[in-house]
Design a protein around this ligand. Sequence first.
Ligand SMILES: C[S@@+](CC[C@H](N)C(=O)[O-])C[C@H]1O[C@@H](n2cnc3c(N)ncnc32)[C@H](O)[C@@H]1O
Length: 220
Amino acid sequence: MLNFVLAESSLELVPKEIWRHPAVVSDARRREAEPGEILLDRSFHHAAMTRLKDSEKRGRPDLVHVTLLSVTGTPLYLDGKVKAYVHLSSGSVVEIAEKTRIPKSYLRFRGLMEKCLVERPASGLLAVRELSFAELIKGVRPGRTIGLSVRGKQVGLAELGREISSVKDPCVVVGGFPHGHFSPEVEERLDEVARIDQRPLEAHVVAARVVYEAEKAASG
Ligand SMILES: C[S@@+](CC[C@H](N)C(=O)[O-])C[C@H]1O[C@@H](n2cnc3c(N)ncnc32)[C@H](O)[C@@H]1O
């Protein structure tokens, strides 16, 4: 089983400290919801986000959506051989049950994630667990944990695919954020950090390529 972790994902409910900001109040009113029940989204809450810590890494649930679609659309995932986790910096993890399909419509995805983060189900297709990144990795017990980053050691994709398929229950970690790098909390749990291109790429491109290489190496 390939474990795919989207780490420090840009996915969260609007944090309490900006509930009263006019940008948040008007968006919540428009959606007929409470500020604490909607996803933080830079497209709507940019003005309110300047006062948030690590603001550049936050408020891009669309990026998480696209990356999950890239992973869950692969043949390896459809065969039940990829387990996907969405790690959130707040100290929780959304665990996606095997073969679960993610809504292709962003609006449906947003609604699903808002419900999930408000209700925090302990089981089901999407389960929310109170886990730090370290606790997640400890529970998954991967044979090797490979982080992907433009700051890593350059590797060929085919070589990376072979390495992934040569260990038991490997774990690949891609950053679920738009800017910045892995925090020390994540970095210290990685056995290695690999770079697949000299340029910074979008998380969904990296995710799709890595899963495809793992798939090829496993079938070849
Ligand atoms: C949009 S990037 C985050 C920006 C960050 N400056 C970067 O490139 O690492 C999202 C994620 O894609 C992955 N990524 C982006 N470019 C990469 C590369 N050239 N090699 C390996 N992974 C990469 C990393 O996991 C990164 O956290």
